[in-house]
Design a protein around this ligand. Structure first.
Ligand code: ZN
Length: 111
């Protein structure tokens, strides 16, 4: 049992970069990729990022399959009316943020 918990923990620690996303970058991702998102539970259009202030918290779900267990790390928001939690897998978020950064660098934003 302790061995399984160690390997789960190791799954996240092997890729520590995935745990790092500034809250503002996640908001930029949400505004760009999901600008018309509504809560599937109540239809609200206002969400709060789950963060510790500066950085997003990671919602880690354990996935079970024939090859064993893996962690699926997500950044998430919750509906500020009903509390519905909406997770986004970290990998497409990281990719989209990198693409936004590259596009802004090309446009000279931030100069
Ligand atoms: Zn809701």
């Amino acid at each position: 049992m302790a061995e399984k918990q160690d390997s789960k923990k190791q799954g996240i620690e092997q890729d520590p970069f995935i745990l790092r996303l500034q809250t503002g970058d996640f908001i930029r991702f949400l505004d760009t990729v999901t600008p018309n998102a509504t809560c599937p539970s109540c239809g609200n259009t206002s969400f709060e990022v789950i963060s510790d202030g500066d950085h997003c918290m990671v919602l880690a779900t354990t996935m079970h399959g024939p090859s064993g267990e893996r962690i699926l790390p997500c950044f998430a928001v919750y509906c500020d009316r009903c509390g519905f939690i909406r997770p986004h897998s970290v990998f497409p978020v990281q990719k989209a943020v990198a693409e936004l950064d590259a596009a802004e660098a090309e446009d000279g934003v931030g100069d």
